[in-house]
Design a protein around this ligand. Structure first.
Ligand SMILES: [Zn+2]
Length: 427
């Protein structure tokens, strides 16, 4: 038998095992979706994850991240009220020796359910309808956690033993900065590569944008509305600054030369998410506070973007008679996301692309995204090459009737298993 035939046979065994495990995968995903796990409340679902990992034959490590250890990174994660009752869960599948190691990461926390009236399906039901499983977290990203876990199970059922260690992670607190993934890196979980199974619609995402969280404080001068011209409206001054920030966004977009971001409508969006100001309908507002998010792309730094935004606000203030004397303030909130990327021409991307091609018999999409995720902790702190790849459409995440296509979930498990066997070496 030639090596090629052996490879084909192995690929077929993996695809067959993934398909045979579909009912178990669906049942496990349904179980996880039925346990709410909004960021901050991950304890209960992690018990179920730990049990699933043990059932799959992994050595399981459960620990609560330590706020003191994370403190030096406070700018990029949310320490909030700590991590009591919010453990990370990591399951290690020990390789037979000699191969490259691999981390398969997913976050278990979800955003809130939101307005239940907007859902047509039970957000905690895990209902399966027309090939989709519905519920909060189904695609972002309990589906990804399940795909990773079952990739290991698929290898076992197919009789394939990876040579390198496979480290399956279910981490907390991604939605507010990724304290869980960072804590896993700092605990020493470092491998030759990492894959995060965020919902990329099966695209291989090699670059993630960053985001900077800021607060803009705008002073005004109060006066009775009947003589409003004697006051200065902080709301009107904010409107001026906001327009200026959007012009800055357009100029910044024009300057970005990263090839993977070419053709995107907005490569580094600036969004004002909250505005509070004023005290009374018939008083000129003397203060306004806006909070926003400014995007950046790989190759740019948080420090550089902070400087650029500060300079822009200062320039806008200099050009306004009131703001020149009464300076607006820009402050930085916690929870920044530094951008991160891995080279398209890297062994990790090559190996994953090749596995993808063999399973799907087509070319994978290689993409960049404008949002921030945990990739940066693996790349920037852990020094590992890292990609994002997973089932699920990000447009269905964070929304009512969140769902995942089960065909894609099974495909993701098969591709991940094939890639794992190739990357780690397998007998
Ligand atoms: Zn996510």
């Amino acid at each position: 038998m030639s090596g090629r035939e052996g490879g084909d046979r192995r690929d077929m065994a993996i695809r067959g095992a993934a398909e045979a495990l579909r009912p178990a995968m669906v049942a496990a995903l349904k179980e996880l979706v039925q346990i709410p796990s909004q960021t901050g409340e991950e304890g209960l679902v992690q018990e179920a994850v730990a049990r699933l990992m043990r059932d799959h034959g992994l050595d399981v490590d459960v620990w609560e991240p330590d706020a003191a250890t994370l403190a030096p990174h406070a700018e990029s994660v949310t320490l909030g009220s700590g991590f009591a009752g919010r453990p990370n869960v990591v399951g290690v599948y020990r390789g037979s020796g000699g191969g490259r190691s691999l981390i398969l990461n997913g976050h278990i926390d979800t955003v809130e359910i939101g307005d239940r009236g907007a859902w047509r399906r039970d957000p905690l039901g895990g209902d399966v309808v027309d090939g989709r499983l519905y519920g909060r977290g189904a695609c972002d990203m309990k589906g990804g956690v399940i795909a990773n876990l079952f990739a290991v199970r698929v290898l076992r059922e197919a009789g394939i033993e990876p040579a390198g260690d496979v480290i399956v992670q279910s981490t907390i607190s991604e939605e507010d900065g990724g304290a869980g993934a960072l804590a896993a890196v700092l605990r020493g979980y470092v491998a030759d590569a990492a894959l995060i199974s965020e919902p990329t619609n099966l695209a291989i995402v090699v670059a993630q944008g960053g985001s900077l969280m800021f607060r803009l404080v705008v002073p005004g001068l109060s006066a009775h509305a009947c003589v409003r011209d004697e006051g200065v409206s902080a709301i009107e001054k904010f409107a001026y600054l906001h327009r200026g920030l959007l012009e800055f966004e357009a100029r910044h977009n024009g300057e970005i030369a990263h090839p993977l971001y070419d053709g995107m409508v907005n490569k580094a969006p600036i969004n004002i998410g909250t505005v509070r100001g004023g005290a009374w309908p018939s008083s000129v507002p003397e203060w306004l506070e806006a909070e926003g998010r400014a995007g950046l792309v790989p190759g740019e730094s948080l420090a550089g973007m902070k400087r650029a935004l500060s300079d822009e606000v200062a320039r806008l203030a200099d050009a306004d008679p009131w703001l020149r004397e009464h300076r607006p303030r820009i402050e930085w909130r916690d929870g920044h996301f530094a951008p991160a990327e891995v080279a398209v021409e890297s062994p990790l991307v090559h190996t994953l692309s090749a596995a993808w091609r063999r399973v799907r018999r087509a070319e994978p999409a290689i993409e960049a995204v404008t949002y921030g995720a945990d990739m940066r902790h693996f790349v920037l702190v852990g020094g590992m090459p890292c990609v994002m790849f997973g089932a699920g459409d990000v447009r269905l995440a964070h929304a009512p009737d969140e769902a995942i296509f089960l065909d894609d979930l099974v495909a993701a498990a098969a591709i991940t298993a094939t890639f794992t066997a190739d990357w780690c070496g397998a007998g």
